[in-house]
Design a protein around this ligand. Structure first.
Ligand SMILES: [Zn+2]
Length: 354
C-alpha cells in the first residue's frame, strides 16, 4: 500500500446527518452504515426489504438499462492473476486475491492517493510471474524520469520518482478477437508489477504467461510486502491505468464455476459520469428478497480522470463475484435498488441514468 499520509476525513456525508438512520427518501429507509471501510463485507442485511421488487424488473428510476459484456478472456485474452503461480523452485503459490480494502480508484477512506492498481498481499520473496505473454518494456527502478530532458512536467512511471521502487512493465498485444468485442479498446495493453524486491527480466525480453519475472518486496512507497499490479491501456503512463479486476482471469467460486464481474456507471442528463459515494452490492443466493450472503461497500473511482473510459466506460468495477443474483443500492434520485445477475466468466455492465 502506498504510504501517502493525509488528514483523515469523514467517509461520507451520511455520517454527518443528525439522524441518519431515520431519514427517508422515496419511501426507503436509509440504513447505510457510513463507517464501513471501503470493500468491507458485513454479515447482516442493512437494507430492509421493501415493496415487491422483481429481479430484472423495471426500477422506479428512469432509463436504466443493462447489458452483458464478454470478459476479455472470450476475446482470447487472458491475464492470469498477477500471477502468483508457483515457480518451479517455489512450491508454495502466492496469494492472488485482490486486497478489497484498497480497490482500484479507492483512497482507502481518504488515507491514500486514489489507487491506480490493486494489491496482492504476499510475503517477501514470493515469485511474481507474467500475467500474459508479451515483451518487457521496463525492468528496474523508477527513480529516473521517463520524459525527455528539459520537458515539463517531468514524468515518471508513477506520480513521482521512486513510487513503485523496482518494477517490471510488460507490453501485450491483444488478439484481433478482442477488438471485435471492444472496437474502442485502447492499445497496446500493459501490465505493471511494482514494489519488487528483485527484478529477474531485462528490457526487450519476450516472456510467456507464467514466467518468473521478479519477487515480491516493498521497494518504493510501500508499507509492507505486497505486489502492486496495474493494467494500462493505450500508453504506459500513470494516468492510463484501468481497473485490473475487469481484466484478470476469474477465480472459481465454491461450486467450482468461474466467478463474474460487475462494471457500472451513473450518468446525469448530460451523459456525464456522476460520482456516487455509497453503493452497496448484496449477493442474494436465496432470491430477490432473501437474506444476503455477503455485502460489499463500493463507491465510484475517487479520481475524475478515471471515470468513464473505454472499453467498459465504467465508474466502478468489482471482480471475483460468485455467479447469481445481486442487489445494488445507491442514491440517485432518492435511494434506488436494482437487481442484477452476474454470469460465470462474464462482466455485467450496468448504466443508471438520473
Ligand atoms: Zn498499490
Amino acid at each position: 500500500m502506498h504510504n501517502l499520509s493525509r488528514l483523515p476525513r469523514p467517509l461520507c456525508s451520511w455520517q454527518r446527518s443528525p439522524n441518519p438512520g431515520h431519514s427517508r427518501s422515496h419511501g426507503f429507509p436509509l440504513t447505510y452504515r457510513p463507517s464501513l471501510p471501503l470493500g468491507h463485507r458485513q454479515p447482516r442485511n442493512p437494507i430492509a426489504p421493501h415493496g415487491n421488487p422483481h429481479p430484472l424488473g423495471k426500477s422506479h428510476g428512469v432509463f436504466s438499462y443493462r447489458h452483458l459484456a464478454a470478459h476479455p478472456m472470450h476475446g482470447g485474452f487472458v491475464l492470469r492473476s498477477l500471477g502468483l503461480a508457483p515457480a518451479a523452485t517455489d512450491p508454495a503459490p502466492g496469494n492472488d486475491s485482490v486486497d478489497v480494502t484498497y480497490r482500484f480508484g479507492s483512497t482507502q477512506g481518504g488515507l491514500r492517493d486514489p489507487h491506480h492498481g490493486v494489491e496482492f498481499l504476499n510475503s517477501f520473496g514470493t515469485p511474481v510471474v507474467a500475467a500474459g505473454e508479451g515483451v518487457v518494456v521496463v525492468a528496474g527502478s523508477d527513480r529516473d524520469p521517463i520524459s525527455p530532458p528539459g520537458d515539463w512536467p517531468i514524468l515518471f512511471y508513477g506520480p513521482y520518482a521512486n513510487f513503485y521502487g523496482n518494477l517490471v512493465v510488460i507490453e501485450h498485444s491483444p488478439p484481433a478477437a478482442l477488438f471485435a468485442l471492444y472496437p474502442d479498446l485502447p492499445t497496446p495493453l500493459y501490465t505493471l508489477y511494482g514494489h519488487l524486491s528483485e527484478v529477474l527480466v531485462q528490457v526487450g525480453q519476450t516472456v510467456q504467461a507464467g514466467q518468473l519475472i521478479g519477487r515480491v518486496g516493498m521497494s518504493g512507497v510501500a508499507t509492507g510486502n505486497h505486489l502492486h499490479f496495474e493494467v494500462r491501456l493505450g500508453e504506459n503512463t500513470y494516468k492510463a491505468a484501468h481497473n485490473p479486476e475487469l481484466w484478470l482471469a476469474p477465480h472459481t467460486d465454491a461450486q467450482g464455476q468461474p466467478t463474474g464481474a460487475l462494471a457500472g456507471r451513473f450518468l446525469n442528463t448530460y451523459q456525464v459520469s456522476l460520482e456516487i459515494e455509497e453503493i452497496v452490492l448484496e449477493y442474494l443466493p436465496q432470491g430477490p428478497e432473501g437474506e444476503s450472503a455477503f455485502e460489499i461497500a463500493l463507491r465510484t473511482y475517487e479520481e475524475k480522470a478515471l471515470l468513464g473510459r473505454p472499453p467498459f466506460w465504467e465508474s466502478f468495477g468489482v471482480g471475483d463475484l460468485p455467479a447469481g443474483l445481486y442487489r445494488l443500492t445507491f442514491p440517485l434520485n432518492g435511494l434506488r435498488r436494482e437487481w442484477i445477475t452476474i454470469y460465470p466468466g462474464q462482466i455485467t455492465v450496468v448504466t443508471f441514468r438520473k
